[in-house]
Design a protein around this ligand. Structure first.
Ligand SMILES: *[C@@H]1O[C@H](CO)[C@@H](O)[C@H](O)[C@H]1NC(C)=O
Length: 507
């Protein structure tokens, strides 16, 4: 087939598509009127609709909390904005979802300016639907889902709060509306790509082209093309919010991602169309803006800061990446270096490991940690508290001196925020969220400590236990201030407002 023929066929398809898109937009006038009448809106001219794309809105996780908190803020502050959530929870109803949000997050949503568009094809974004080529399958699935969403209703502004960036080109094309996003986690990162790349290059060194070398080249190409389109999609957003420094680092580097070879290929006739479509979106790729999710710290932020017990507290699920063994080694080193904290007298220090154990794997890990504590000879000063009730967790938070977190590259670390809100001085691994976002100085004074090895953890414990009383109290106070202010609902709302959504909605 010649290029001319291909181009001709592409033209035909395009003409068809343009016809359908125009039809869809025409129909939207009625869809919109229908929605407004369902909600009983009278003066409909002044109303604006923001569509939130969140196919799993009833899941009750951290991502959902962000969605509901944002909508709740809109409902209070922008009476002329109607929030529409595109959800795949076809087994739920509007009332049920509102009730669950109240029960789960204590967020009270008003039914008056909230509407749900229930999508039938959510299975297309489920990983079980795509046992192979999951990334690609889910992404294509999300594009279809966006088509379904736009056929039901085109809002005035589209905001993805679940990380489906591949919906942006579809929404932009069908709706011709501005797009924004709140990104928790990048679908694919530039580090992933470079990891695949270095492996692929490593393998090709072998003499004959083995099948595995071919495979890894194919895999590299797959990731490379995927990244190309992911970056292309993300750049269509007019504003991008991210939940942490870690995510910002990744999203910014994706926005900068360039691939000259693939750029060149896109100068060929059928693909040139894509270039053409992307022109209107591509100028808006700025850096992402950090908007921290709010953490509910009301209960712990009232605990007394004085008279703390000599307890080092760890709160983390018994999962391998939390590195509980590292905590035992650090504590062992601490007692080795400073034997005055041994024993059971008034100066003795206790390590308390609290956490959830979800399955046999976790339970086995807890057993092994018991064994390790015995082997290190510290078991009389280590206490395990597994699957405690929330009230018991709060109780320990109100008594402990130090909060310990050893996970490397934790993206955030809500446990560290909770330590700090409770006035427990955090000692955390110097990486990820605890380093970049959470345990940061307040007015140039420390709010906690970082460490990287058993020695440095031990020294940090020592530092805390030897702080003069006034200084110790000041660290606890500053830790609480950071936790309560930086991760408050007010800061979160301020962040949304400065993202620029209002300006885009006004156009
Ligand atoms: C951001 O989202 C990711 C993925 O859900 C999560 O692991 C991380 O803890 C979140 N960060 C914050 C600050 O909530």
């Amino acid at each position: 087939m010649s290029w001319a023929l291909i181009t001709f066929l592409a033209g035909l398809v395009l003409a068809q598509a343009v016809g359908r898109i125009l039809g869809l937009r025409r129909r939207n006038v009625q869809q919109r009127a229908k929605l407004l009448s369902i909600l009983g809106v009278e003066k409909s001219d002044s109303k604006k609709i923001i569509g939130f794309f969140h196919p799993y809105c009833n899941a009750g996780g951290g991502g959902e909390r962000v969605l509901w908190a944002a909508i709740h803020a809109l409902q209070r502050k922008e009476p002329d904005v109607i929030s529409v959530v595109y959800s795949g929870d076809t087994d739920a109803t509007k009332e049920k979802i509102i009730d669950k949000v109240k029960a789960r997050f204590d967020i009270e949503l008003s039914p008056q300016t909230l509407h749900f568009v229930f999508l039938q094809s959510r299975h297309l974004v489920e990983d079980s639907t795509w046992p192979r080529f999951t990334l690609l399958g889910q992404s294509l699935g999300s594009m279809y889902l966006a088509w379904e969403a736009m056929s039901e209703l085109i809002p005035d502004l589209f905001i993805d709060t679940m990380g489906y960036a591949f919906t942006f080109p579809v929404v932009s094309l069908l709706g011709n509306i501005p797009i924004g996003a709140y990104v928790h986690y990048p679908t694919i990162s530039t580090t992933m790509l470079s990891r695949v790349r270095s492996r692929a290059q490593g393998v090709t060194n072998s003499e004959a082209i083995s099948s595995s070398a071919l495979l890894s080249q194919a895999k590299l190409l797959y990731y490379r093309v995927f990244m190309y389109y992911y970056a292309y999609s993300l750049r269509q957003a007019r504003f991008l919010m991210v939940n942490s420094s870690w995510t910002k680092g990744h999203v910014d580097s994706i926005l900068q991602h360039r691939d000259i070879l693939l750029d060149t290929i896109h100068l060929l006739p059928p693909l040139l169309l894509l270039k053409f479509l992307s022109l209107k979106g591509s100028q808006s790729s700025k850096a992402a803006q950090i908007v921290y999710p709010s953490c509910d710290t009301r209960q712990m932020s009232v605990f007394a800061l004085e008279e703390r017990e000599r307890v080092i507290l760890s709160i983390a699920q018994f999962r391998p990446e939390k590195d509980h063994a590292g905590q035992l080694h650090a504590f062992h080193r601490f007692l080795e270096l400073y034997p005055e904290y041994r024993g059971s007298g008034p100066s003795a220090v206790k390590l308390v490991l609290m956490g959830g154990s979800r399955n046999v794997g976790d339970a086995t890990r807890v057993e092994n940690l018991h064994t390790l504590a015995r082997e290190l000879g510290i078991d009389s000063q280590v206490q395990f508290v597994v699957n405690a009730k929330y009230s018991e967790i709060l109780n320990w938070l109100s008594r402990a001196s130090i909060g310990l977190s050893t996970m490397v590259d934790e993206h955030f670390g809500i446990n560290v925020v909770e330590f700090m809100a409770a006035g427990v001085i955090p000692v955390a691994h110097a990486s990820g969220g605890p380093l970049l976002d959470i345990i940061v100085p307040l007015e140039n004074e420390p709010t906690g400590y970082h460490a990287t090895s058993p020695e440095t953890f031990a020294e940090a414990f020592r530092t805390v236990f030897t702080l003069p009383k006034a200084a110790e109290l000041a660290v606890r106070q500053r830790a609480r201030t950071i936790a309560v202010q930086k991760f408050s609902a007010e800061e979160f709302e301020k962040g949304w407002d400065s993202s620029g959504w209002k300006a885009w909605l006004a156009r």
